[in-house]
Design a protein around this ligand. Structure first.
Ligand code: IFM
Length: 443
């Protein structure tokens, strides 16, 4: 059996990713409002106390990450806490976030802070939210308010998390996110406003903190025609790929929003990203289907032979991570894997999933592509949006009733990887022997 270690570049960031609403609890924002509406969340579940970070448990979870070798952490700020009303700023709430990032820096963990992760203040939604042309300027005002307090500690900023998911889930097909609309025109308007909001905040951050690195994260789906030889499968796959994966970051590169049926020039957005934030979970096959006009006549499904997560939400296809890396590399910018992980309560698939995906990332780093870090989703089980508590993404499990954390075997796996800054054959043999030959092919 070969014995070797695949090392990652020196200074590689190893962390986990979290988001305010999913972790903090006691929130008042568009999602707490959505959760209160009947039928919105599976089994009527609510974030409630979530992981009780607003009650202070962030510190024990950060300690867990620190003790197990993580040298970075991705977290987000809930706009509705900082600006609970249009003309009121809550500086005590801001100080909580300052305390969190200071803790990370004191423990030599690099913080990466996201300004918008799916939730909006209720007053903003009442004024039209991201459908409104005034929101980009309001988003800038929020960023300008927090920057002076956080910039001493934070150099890596994500303005908006997964705008592609936020828009598709909120504005297409009466989707699972607020406002649950079905309106392509509004979806395009929201996209445009988010790009404008990002561009404003990018410029504001650079004005206040010239050394900052600012980007967005995209939930990249590897979208592959089911029958590559068949034009009618290839067409919807390529349209979906353009709209879902490429349109947002292309606009931040060249100032042109290309939604296939609609093109908008947003010149102020050109050259407003310093890195690409890649969130990758899975790959879809696409087959031509006349009954799916809303999906550009492409029906998406998992390869029938794929290994699925316990609720069937994710197919374990590490090769799709490679597609995502190729996409990210095409921008010639540094790449951060800002999310990757799998819902797996029993931790059966997670070790294999994590190793398989990290192997692809190592391949890219080995080609000297500028991959700078990896943030596993997530540190602790947390509130999984419309799927509530039915999906468990944490390295640590959570008993929601008692707030007890349950250490899963993947903690040991991830600790070994972080501490070694690499994937050793011994670790693969111990945690995922079933893919040993794939990662370390026999001579
Ligand atoms: O939990 C989410 C996160 O908020 C955004 N990216 C995908 C994760 C898993 O579904």
């Amino acid at each position: 059996m070969p014995e070797a270690t695949y090392h990652f570049p020196k200074g590689f960031l190893w962390g986990s990713a979290t988001a305010a609403h999913q972790m903090e609890g006691q929130s008042t924002n568009t999602w707490s409002d959505w959760e209160a509406q009947p039928g919105r969340i599976v089994n009527g579940q609510k974030a409630g106390l979530a992981c009780d970070w607003w009650g202070g448990r962030w510190e024990e979870d950060f300690q867990r990450a620190y003790e197990t070798g993580q040298n970075a952490h991705r977290m987000s700020i809930d706009w509705s806490r900082i600006q609970p009303e249009p003309d009121r700023w809550d500086d005590a709430a801001l100080q909580v976030y300052v305390k969190m990032v200071r803790w990370l820096v004191d423990h030599k963990m690099t913080p990466l802070v996201t300004l918008h992760h799916f939730t909006d203040p209720l007053w903003l939604a009442a004024r039209g939210g991201w459908e409104s042309e005034e929101t980009p300027a309001l988003f800038e005002a929020y960023a300008r308010h927090i920057l002076p307090a956080l910039q001493e500690y934070v150099n890596l900023w994500v303005t908006i998390n997964e705008p592609n998911v936020y828009i598709v889930s909120g504005w297409l097909g009466n989707g699972p996110f607020p406002p649950g609309k079905n309106d392509m025109g509004l979806a395009a308007k929201v996209t445009e406003n988010m790009i404008r909001g990002h561009a404003r905040v990018y410029k504001a951050i650079h004005e206040l903190q010239p050394s900052a690195q600012v980007g967005v994260t995209i939930n990249y789906r590897s979208i592959v025609p089911a029958r590559p030889w068949f034009l009618l499968d290839r067409l919807p796959a390529s349209v979906q790929n353009q709209i879902f994966n490429k349109s947002f970051t292309d606009a931040l590169q060249n100032g042109k929003l290309n939604l296939v049926l609609k093109h908008v020039a947003i010149p102020e957005a050109a050259h407003t990203q310093d890195f690409i934030g890649l969130n990758y979970y899975s790959r879809d096959l696409v087959k031509f289907d006349l009954t799916k006009p809303g999906e550009m006549f492409g029906h998406r499904f998992y390869p029938p032979d794929a290994l699925l997560s316990p609720t069937g939400f994710i197919a374990d296809i590490p090769e799709g991570m490679w597609d995502g890396l190729k996409w990210a590399h095409s921008y010639a910018l540094p790449i951060l894997i800002t999310e990757n992980g799998v819902e797996d309560d029993k931790d059966v698939l997670r070790p294999r999933y994590t190793l398989g995906h990290l192997h692809q990332i190592w391949r890219a780093a080995n080609f000297n592509w500028r991959v700078k870090g990896y943030f596993h989703w997530s540190l602790v089980d947390n509130f999984e949006w419309e799927r509530g508590w039915t999906q468990r993404f944490g390295l640590w499990g959570l008993d929601v009733e008692t707030q007890k954390r349950i250490r899963r075997p993947s903690v040991d796996l991830y600790e070994a990887i972080c501490k070694e800054n690499g994937i050793s054959s011994a670790v693969v043999e111990r945690f995922a022997p079933e893919i040993f030959d794939k990662i370390f092919p026999p001579k």
